[in-house]
Design a protein around this ligand. Structure first.
Ligand SMILES: [Ca+2]
Ligand SMILES: [Ca+2]
Length: 369
């Protein structure tokens, strides 16, 4: 009797899980010609995604696990899922380089060497040794969540957000993007409140990064940003100037002496950009090549919910914004949250993965024509 009762409960939960996924897919809209399916429903709070050299997809998570997924039979859905690192702080950032999976926590970066070989051999999590790369990072949790990206020289970049809504700290590492090269950190971009997403534009190899605008200036101010880095050390406004023209009420009038680089695109207030990837594949139509996809995780500090979508940005020959359009919407039903897109990633087959850390799904976007 008891077993039967448990069976009924489990069946109910399973049906419930299926119907909620169906409901999300029903609600999601995508640009004409594209189709959305579920790549994985086995990750918890998935964030940044990366891919190895032999088809493993690695997924970071807010909840302290890191996952390896694989679609062995090429049907567009992962049929292998394994936790490769666990009990971490906030292991949201992942990148793959030279056979190793790099994992960024708030104040540490780790690597697991030759991870794909080890997974192919059937190694379990206890055989996947995590090697500390650096723990020389601030440990603040406020804006401490990491995005990690390798550059063309084999160095990696991470964000160090401001440990506050708006503040000015003596430690120059705060409110920056930093590069780790030869065991040393250097500052790449300054005056950046919290960039949870950067990628290199393949057209000009420049770093394009989002920045999350400050809170508590009302629903309409200031906008979140897309910026481009022209020179190492450039300054991008925080905490003095937000978006293009919002002078900070506390810090804005001070004589800071910086030349401020303004955003190349205002993304809107409170939309919360949490991931960006440039498309360089050949599965989407040619006009999508070199477009940037940006996940707008969605607002909390706004009376009406905004963001909750994936946008697409087209650039001109000078790398400036031509236009931007909604690519994937429907993560809201009225004011009810259905999902929160966290990070986009282009797979080697040219399809686009989108993690959703609210509904615990990874979507796969393909082009049908
Ligand atoms: Ca499969
Ligand atoms: Ca700025």
């Amino acid at each position: 009797m008891k077993n039967k009762f448990i069976f009924v409960i489990l069946s109910f939960l399973a049906i419930n899980a299926i119907s909620s996924v169906d409901k999300i897919l029903e609600n999601i809209s995508i640009e004409n010609g594209f189709e959305v399916s579920i790549f994985s429903n086995t990750t918890s709070a998935p964030r940044q995604i990366t891919e190895g050299e032999t088809g493993y997809i690695f997924v970071g998570s807010k909840q302290g696990d890191v996952y390896a997924l694989k679609d062995h039979d090429d049907n567009g859905k992962a049929d292998f899922s394994m936790v490769v690192a666990s009990d971490m702080g906030d292991s949201s950032g992942v990148a793959f380089y030279n056979g190793s999976l790099f994992i960024a926590e708030i104040d540490k970066v780790w690597k697991i060497e030759n991870i794909e070989e080890k997974l192919d051999r059937g190694n379990s999590i206890k055989d996947l040794e995590k090697i500390l790369v650096t723990d020389d990072l601030p440990s603040d949790t406020w804006h401490g969540r990491k995005w990690i990206k390798f550059d063309q020289d084999g160095s990696f970049l991470v964000n160090v957000g401001a440990p506050c809504n708006v503040c000015l700290k003596d430690d120059p590492r705060y409110a920056t993007i930093m590069r780790f090269r030869d065991s040393n950190w250097s500052i790449v971009a300054r005056g950046v409140r919290n960039s949870v997403g950067f990628d290199f534009n393949p057209q000009n190899n420049r770093l394009y990064f989002t920045d999350n605008g400050r809170d508590w200036l009302g629903d309409n101010l200031p906008s979140c940003e897309l910026n481009v880095l022209l020179d190492d050390g450039d300054f991008f406004g925080f905490p003095y100037l937000h978006s293009n023209d919002v002078v900070d009420p506390e810090f804005g009038e001070s004589d800071h002496g910086y030349e401020i680089n303004k955003p190349i695109l205002e993304l809107g207030p409170h939309v919360a950009p949490t991931g960006i990837t440039f498309y360089s594949g050949n599965h989407f139509p040619a006009s999508y090549v070199n477009n940037a996809f940006i996940t707008l995780h969605g607002s909390w500090n706004s009376s009406k919910k905004v963001g909750y979508k994936v946008i697409r940005v087209e650039f001109d020959d000078n790398g400036l914004v031509n236009k931007h359009t909604d690519f994937m919407t429907g993560f809201l039903s009225g004011e009810h949250v259905i999902g929160r897109p966290a990070a986009p990633f282009e797979m080697s087959d040219g399809s686009l993965l989108i993690s959703d850390d609210y509904s615990n799904l990874i979507y796969r976007v393909t082009y049908k024509g």
